[in-house]
Design a binder for this molecule. Structure first.
Ligand code: DOR
Ligand code: ZN
Length: 435
């Protein structure tokens, strides 16, 4: 994979850090030697013999496999005013992500091998790994499947019509059958849009008070139910539920997992941190799809993050320009940025407040997402793995300032939030891309 990298030391010794590598079942003080883009050695403190061109002092810090974000909107081709691959991956690096999976709802939609290849070209200026997710149907119109085989060959790691659901039963079934044959995950934006027309937030007491049409939890859960049923029936089908937000949808995912179907799901930091009641009146920085849900949905999501039902934390980083957000709530674009706040929100909310072990939090950013889309050689720092590393200080308190974001857009509800846990360095293929 190509990067916009400049210099590259051929070896880097990360010394004195606390390594958390859930896939390798390591949670201890360890030194890590990176060499020629791979993990050459992992050993107890001061036990690595080989010399290194460079050293990184990681005392007091957590050393983890490079974080993987399964759900990122980088807006190219076509919407570079919101974000470019260069700015979006710079924000990803600042957030500790060494790999991002990009969504195809661009202009045009990434529904051909040519566009998948275009996304991966070095000219795009990516500073972290870019794994394209291609459209599941032509122009994401939901009517005709794309050519999964050629998209996969071009480097796509999954397909989705994100932003919209794959609604038709026959199309979803056909997609899961073909995906099953190719070992290719189908990612579903679970929303029965026949039930959510003109809706701009979650349906509840708050939407009633604000006079806004609300999306019911059932509009999400019914699609998940249908899809899980298909995934159970179809041999080898791989279903991934994007940005799961409701307790009812979790029931469907649990049913699929119990039936040993290949069903995975992701949850966003905003859905494990905020509810519809936290929304400031008509502030479009709280508008995203799926919307912020009820307190009981949030509790169910926290339980599922802790108990292993949720496979990954994914940001759904969805940058929009000011003029696309600064208007009546109902007309404003759906989506918030998220790359630079994800880790700190996870540490603050999941680890500090809910006492979820740090190793589980790290798993949700590493081994979990790597498994969802079979990103081989990633998500672990076992010897021989790709030298993608995230180094962070779990104790560091800081204030997120949207104005200082490396993203091109500023649409976040977390501006000015005091958080704990900060990225110190992001390493891609052995090269420090953010420090
Ligand atoms: O909030 C959202 N923003 N949800 C989506 O499904 C699409 C995304 C976007 O592209 O902005
Ligand atoms: Zn979506």
């Amino acid at each position: 994979m190509a990067h916009g990298k400049t210099k590259s030391a051929s070896s880097l010794l990360i010394k004195g850090g606390h390594l958390i590598d859930p896939a390798a079942r390591v949670d201890a003080l360890m030194d890590v030697l990176l060499k020629d883009g791979r993990v050459a050695e992992v050993a107890a403190p001061n036990k690595i013999r080989g010399a290194a061109d460079e050293k990184f002092d990681a005392r007091g810090l957590i050393v983890a496999p490079g974080f993987i974000d399964l759900h990122v909107h980088l807006r190219e081709p076509g919407q570079g005013h919101k974000e470019t691959i260069a700015t979006g991956t710079a924000a990803a690096a600042a957030g500790g992500f060494t790999s991002v999976c990009t969504m195809p709802n661009t202009a045009p939609v990434v529904d051909s091998a040519e566009w998948v290849e275009w996304l991966r070209q070095p000219e795009r200026g990516a500073v972290v790994n870019v794994f394209p997710i291609a459209a599941a149907t032509r122009s994401s119109k939901g009517a005709t499947l794309t050519d999964f085989r050629s998209l996969q060959r071009a480097g796509a790691i999954a397909v989705t019509d994100d932003g919209k659901p794959i609604l038709e039963d026959a199309i979803m079934r056909e997609g899961l059958v073909l995906g099953g044959e190719l070992n290719f995950p189908v990612v579903q934006h679970a929303e029965d849009t026949r039930m959510t027309e003109d809706c701009s937030m979650h349906a509840g007491a708050r939407s009633f008070r604000l006079g806004l049409r609300g999306m019911t939890a059932a509009a999400e859960a019914s699609v998940v139910e249908r899809d899980v049923q298909l995934a159970i029936q179809i041999p080898n089908a791989r279903l991934h539920v994007a940005h799961l937000s409701t307790a009812d949808a979790l029931k469907g995912v649990r049913r699929g997992k119990r039936a040993k179907a290949r069903v995975t799901c992701e949850v966003t930091p905003h859905h494990f941190t905020l509810t519809d009641e936290d929304m400031r009146d008509y502030d479009s920085n709280y508008k995203m799809n799926p919307p912020l849900r009820s307190a009981s949905d949030l509790e169910a999501i926290l339980a599922a993050l802790a108990d292993g039902t949720v496979d990954a934390i994914a940001t759904d980083h969805a940058p929009h320009a000011l003029h696309e957000k600064q208007m009546e709530f109902e007309r404003a674009a759906f989506g918030i940025t998220g790359l630079e706040t994800a880790l700190a929100l996870a540490i603050t909310k999941l680890h500090r407040e809910k006492r979820i072990p740090l190793a589980r939090v790290v798993e949700l950013f590493t081994a979990g997402p790597a498994r969802c889309f079979d990103l081989r050689g990633r998500g672990s720092l076992a010897r021989g793995s790709v030298a993608d590393v995230t180094i962070f200080d779990p104790k560091k308190k800081w204030t997120f300032e949207a104005a200082k974001s490396l993203s091109k857009s500023r649409n976040t509800p977390f501006d000015g939030w005091q958080l704990q846990g900060r990225v110190v360095a992001t390493i891609v293929s052995g090269t420090i891309v953010y420090q």
